[in-house]
Design a protein around this ligand. Structure first.
Ligand SMILES: NC(=O)c1ccc[n+]([C@@H]2O[C@H](COP(=O)([O-])OP(=O)(O)OC[C@H]3O[C@@H](n4cnc5c(N)ncnc54)[C@H](OP(=O)(O)O)[C@@H]3O)[C@@H](O)[C@H]2O)c1
Length: 266
């Protein structure tokens, strides 16, 4: 593949560079990185001595055919305004920015643009990266981006109108589930003599095991509830409480998050 550039060596930029290189999806000679601060550029050069670290975003843009923008939503317009004057128009811009639409991107750059929403769990090669291509993206470019991102987990193409809801599950989800693990472990420790660190360990392993069980057996959650929550048993009592109270809690949470999605990047 032609050189892929990553602008922004923050949490996501670091994760992508590490994933692309350590999976072998890209070789060091195929990756160029740029970041605003000298500190981040030096950190990248120290971690990956064989890759090229560009001094400026424009220098990177002149050399790369695929340009991944791993900057925050409020920084995306400034970066695009900076690099667009040196682009030919056939470079493929791939934006990670939540809330910045394909229309917003295409208004700043009249070439092929794709939105990609990664997830923090790609750090361990798990989870789903969402991909949403603009109309100017050809099949080869679309396939190339999907192939590269599949080196860090699953890839799911989605329509832009579904992106906010899908992001809530795939990308915000790890944060939500981590909060649930914390609450479950905390409540168990508070109500018993179980030390909090043991409760947290058990809850975390239980979630990993449950996900693996569902994935590997192909059972849906309702099947698993039926297998564990036997009549008159302990699990049944807990499931009854959750089924009574959680729909209201989750409906409110999802509504608040979707409302916030509409505001991010504006
Ligand atoms: N975190 C997540 O779980 C997640 C999930 C899905 C999508 N995203 C999206 O991914 C993007 C990056 O998020 P993040 O968590 O990686 O943010 P982050 O840690 O703040 O990293 C952003 C990086 O952008 C760099 N930057 C800012 N302005 C720049 C400029 N003008 N030129 C070059 N580099 C610049 C900063 O560089 P310096 O360090 O050099 O100052 C910083 O390292 C966001 O748009 C976010 O919406 C994040």
């Amino acid at each position: 593949m032609d050189c892929a550039g990553v602008i922004g060596y923050g949490h996501m930029g670091r994760m992508l560079v590490k994933g692309f290189l350590s999976s072998g999806a890209l070789s060091p000679g195929e990756v160029v990185v740029a970041s605003r601060s000298r500190e981040s550029r030096d950190a990248c050069a120290a971690a990956w001595p064989e890759i090229d670290v560009a001094e400026t975003n424009r220098e990177l843009a002149r050399r790369c055919r695929t340009i991944i923008l791993a900057v925050r939503p409020q920084e995306i317009r400034e970066v695009l305004r900076e690099i667009v004057p040196v682009l030919d128009g056939d470079e493929h811009i791939v934006s990670l920015a939540a809330g910045v639409s394909l229309g917003d991107l295409e208004a700043l750059y009249p070439g092929p643009v794709t939105r990609v929403i990664p997830t923090i769990t790609s750090t361990v090669g798990q989870g789903t990266t969402l991909v949403c291509h603009g109309q100017r993206v050809g099949t080869d470019d679309a396939r190339r981006v999907e192939e590269v991102f599949s080196s860090i987990g699953d890839v799911m193409p989605v329509r832009e109108e579904d992106l906010a809801a899908a992001t809530l599950l795939s990308s915000c989800g790890p944060g939500l589930l981590a909060a649930i693990i914390e609450e479950l472990a905390g409540a168990t420790a508070r109500a018993s003599g179980l030390p909090p660190d043991r409760a947290l360990l058990l809850a975390t392993e239980m979630v990993a095991g449950t996900a693996a069980y569902l994935r590997e057996t192909g059972r849906v959650p309702g099947d698993l509830v039926g297998e564990v929550a036997t009549g008159g048993g302990v699990t049944e009592v807990g499931v009854a409480v959750l089924r009574e109270r959680l729909p209201g809690v989750f409906d409110g949470m999802v509504a608040a998050m979707l409302e916030r999605c509409g505001a991010v990047g504006k």
